[in-house]
Design a protein around this ligand. Structure first.
Ligand code: PLP
Length: 421
C-alpha cells in the first residue's frame, strides 16, 4: 500500500457507528469484563486496554499508522519528542553505560545527552556525522546506543545511515535515528539498517503547530538483535518489576513492549488521546505537505545562494551542498524537507534580518504550515557554550528557516527585502 493510502486508513477499524473520523477515546481507564479478564490483561495473556498511561484506542491508531509509514513493527507515542528520545535511550542504557551521539543534534538532545543523562550515570560520547570512522574508537562493551538525526536540526546535514548502522551492527549495538525533519515520507531509516526511530510529532506530523508529542518506532525483527546479546541482558532476563516477564520471549516487538510496560508505566510521559487525534489528522496530509515544503525550501535555498549577503546556504537539495549525494541516496525523489539554514556575516546582521522579515514568524519551532525564522545562537542553542556551538555547527550568524506552505514567490520576495533593508 502506498504511504498516502496508509496515512488515511491504516490501523483503524470503523465500529458499529461507522465513524469516518477516528473517535477520541477521552478516558482514563477501561472497565474489565471480570477479574479474570483484568488478570489476563495484566499478564499479557490477552491484549487490551487497561489504563491510558499504558494504552488508549485513539493513541493506538496513531501508533499503528505511524509505525506503518515508517515500515516498523510497533510504536509507542509519548508526550513530546524529547520523551521519545529519552525512552529510546533509557530503554537500553543504565548507570555506568555510554551512548554515542552525533555532534550535529537538536539542542535539546544535546543538553539531554550531555548534562541530564550524565546525572543518571550515562556518558555521552560524540562523533562527527561526516566522520563515521571515529565511531570504532568510541565503542566499548558498555556502549548501548548510537544516536543520530537523519536530517540534522539546525545544521542540515544528512547522515550516512548505512555507514553508521553497519558499524553498529558489527558490534551488536542499537541505532536510534531521530527522523523528525525528514519524516517517514522522505526517509525510512529501517530500510538502511537502523533499529529504532524517534520523532517529534510536534513538527511535520501535526503540520500546523497544534500540539506537542512524540513517537518511538521499532523495526521488524529487532528481537533477533536483542536475543542473547550481552549488551541488553535486561531484555533477556526476567523483569522483576513485571512478574518475571522476559521481553524477547513474548512474541511482541520487545523494545516497544518494554518502553510501554516499564517506562511509560513508571515515567508516565504519555500522549493525551486528544493530541493523538490531532496527529492522526496531520498524518492524512503529511505526504502532500512534505512535497510542498521541500519544493518551497529548494526555491528559497537557490535564491539565497545567489544573494551577495549570504555567506553559505545549508540545504541538502542544492547540488553545491556537501550533503547532496547522501540526500539523493536516502531521501525519496531527492526531496529534502522544509528546513534550511544560511549564514550571514555576524550575529548583529542575523538579528537585523530576522527582525526585518514580515512573512516569517519568529518562533522556535519547525514543520508548521506557516514559515518560521529562528536565530539558534540566541534561542534554541543559547544554553550551549561557544565551543559547543562551534562543535555542533551553529555559528552565531546562522539563521534557520522552516519553509511553510505559502507561495515560494512570496517567501523569496519577503526574504529579499529583509536582506536588503
Ligand atoms: N528532535 C528534533 C530534531 C527536534 O527538532 C525537536 C524539537 O525541535 C525535538 C526532537 C524535540 O521535540 P519536542 O519539542 O516535541 O519535545
Amino acid at each position: 500500500m502506498d504511504l498516502q493510502t496508509k496515512a488515511l486508513h491504516f490501523g483503524y477499524e470503523k465500529g458499529i457507528e461507522g465513524a469516518m473520523a477516528v473517535p477520541i477515546y477521552q478516558t482514563t481507564a477501561y472497565e474489565f469484563r471480570d477479574s479474570e479478564h483484568a488478570s489476563n490483561l495484566f499478564s499479557l495473556k490477552e491484549l487490551g486496554y487497561i489504563y491510558t498511561r499504558l494504552n488508549n484506542p485513539t493513541t493506538d491508531v496513531f501508533e499503528k499508522r505511524f509505525a506503518s509509514l515508517e515500515g516498523g513493527a510497533a510504536a509507542i507515542a509519548t508526550s513530546s519528542g524529547m520523551s521519545a528520545i529519552f525512552f529510546a535511550i533509557a530503554n537500553a542504557a543504565e548507570a555506568g553505560d555510554n551512548i554515542i551521539c552525533a555532534k550535529q543534534l537538536y539542542g535539546g538532545s544535546l543538553t539531554l545527552n550531555t548534562h541530564t543523562l550524565k546525572r543518571f550515570g550515562i556518558e555521552a560520547r560524540y562523533f562527527d556525522v561526516h566522520d563515521t570512522s571515529a565511531l570504532e574508537t568510541l565503542i566499548d562493551e558498555k556502549t548501548k546506543v548510537i544516536f543520530f538525526e537523519s536530517l540534522t536540526n539546525p545544521s542540515i546535514d544528512v547522515a550516512d545511515i548505512e555507514a553508521i548502522t553497519e558499524i553498529a551492527n558489527n558490534h551488536g549495538i542499537l541505532t536510534v535515528v531521530d527522523n523528525t525533519v525528514a519524516t517517514p515520507i522522505l526517509c525510512t531509516p529501517f530500510e538502511h539498517g537502523a533499529d529504532i526511530t524517534v520523532h517529534s510529532a510536534s513538527k511535520y506530523t501535526t503540520g500546523q503547530g497544534l500540539a506537542i508529542g512524540g513517537i518511538m518506532v521499532e523495526r521488524e525483527g529487532l528481537v533477533e538483535k536483542l536475543r542473547s546479546n550481552p549488551r541488553y541482558e535486561h531484555f533477556n532476563k526476567p523483569d522483576v518489576s513485571y512478574h518475571g516477564l522476559v521481553y524477547v520471549d513474548t512474541n511482541l516487538p520487545p523494545y516497544t513492549l518494554r518502553a510501554r510496560l516499564a517506562l511509560a508505566r513508571d515515567l508516565g510521559a504519555v500522549l493525551s488521546p486528544f493530541n493523538s487525534w490531532l496527529f492522526i489528522q496531520g498524518m492524512e496530509t503529511l505526504s502532500l505537505r512534505m512535497q510542498e515544503h521541500s519544493k518551497n525550501a529548494l526555491e528559497l535555498a537557490e535564491f539565497l545562494e545567489s544573494h551577495p549577503k549570504v555567506k553559505k546556504v545549508n540545504y541538502a537539495g542544492l547540488k553545491s551542498n556537501a550533503n547532496y549525494a547522501n540526500a539523493q541516496k536516502y531521501f525519496k525523489n531527492g526531496a529534502c524537507s522544509g528546513l534550511l539554514s544560511f549564514e550571514v556575516e555576524s550575529l548583529e546582521e542575523a538579528v537585523k534580518i530576522v527582525n526585518a522579515t514580515k512573512l516569517y514568524s519568529l518562533v522556535v519551532n519547525i514543520g508548521d504550515s506557516k514559515s518560521i525564522i529562528t536565530h539558534p545562537a540566541s534561542t534554541t542553542h543559547q544554553q550551549l557554550s561557544e565551543q559547543e556551538l562551534a562543535a555542533c555547527g551553529v555559528p552565531s550568524g546562522l539563521i534557520r528557516i522552516s519553509c511553510g506552505l505559502e507561495s515560494a514567490a512570496d517567501l523569496i520576495a519577503d526574504m529579499k527585502q529583509a536582506l536588503e533593508s
